[in-house]
Design a protein around this ligand. Sequence first.
Ligand SMILES: [Zn+2]
Length: 353
Amino acid sequence: MRVYRCVLQIRSPTVISNERGARGFYTATEALPGYTVGGAVNRALFGSVSPDRMLVSSPAYPVLNGHKTLPAHTFYYKCKICEGLVVSTLREANLLELMRHGWEVVKERLIALRDEQSHPLKSLHPRPVTPQGGRAARVAVQSIVSIGMNRHAAASQIGLLYEYTAIEPGQEYWFTLASSGGSEIPDEFDVKIGRGASRGYGRAVVRVEERFTDPPLDQSVGDEAAFYAVSPIPLRFIAGQINLAECSSRYGLKGVDGVLEPIYTGGRPAAFGRAVRKMVAGWPHGASVSRERIDCLSAGSIVAYRWRQRPDDQARALAALRYFGAPVRLDSGYVDGFCMLYPFSREPLEEVV
Ligand SMILES: [Zn+2]
């Protein structure tokens, strides 16, 4: 298993479309989806996505004044009055222990409305924040208005005016790439990401900052564990199981197995996060792009699982879950870069690697 920690720097205005709206495409600016970054990297290095050379990408999160940001979890708050004060109720709590006492206790201990001075608190979930000090990332964007062209008539189509939000050049994002092994990747390479590459949009450069072989991830997880979601988690993995043997077969990871199932409290799976109902996955399908929706909880969510079937090599199984996630099967194929989970003990934003 090879893992690369990378930084992507935007070099020309970049439009990452997430979803089509009335006047254009809403742009993902605070996080670039893992399948979008992964697609761009695999095309740049290998010309296409081939299963035996595939690199799986995490979502890419902004770098703020040289600091990497991560999506705030559900119990990460900022005071509306005290400048820079952040409160994480997880730091003082043991989530698994609280769950044994039921939902009322979980709510009472983890949901905070006021700080010690009785000031109102606001949850930062799921905005990317710096783990030290909790500053929220702000990404510089510009608006681009373009006229819809009718390809066949080579003329502009009346009334078709699209407005895009584009990420400005200079913005940096960090992310991880993972592969089962094999060929190395260069220290630096150019990618084209998002829409309008033929018109000069979406030029970016990727720098590899660190390389790891078989990153250890043990965390002395017992039968049950609380996880922080580094990527969105499809609801199917919260309503049902995560079978790590699917990672093994999709990504060619030998010795990765085990089955996780969600822990239930009072009839509900223990999952805390914002529902992202219209996550769109797109990939080339012949000449056009197929799109499907995946209902998810957003990155930064907190979920609790237990081993239904313990893995032979737990450290390896947990590393696969963190850096590859679980492949999502759709009608038209697989999509990668989802369900990347990290087991934490107290404060995930300070622990996650
Ligand atoms: Zn305060």
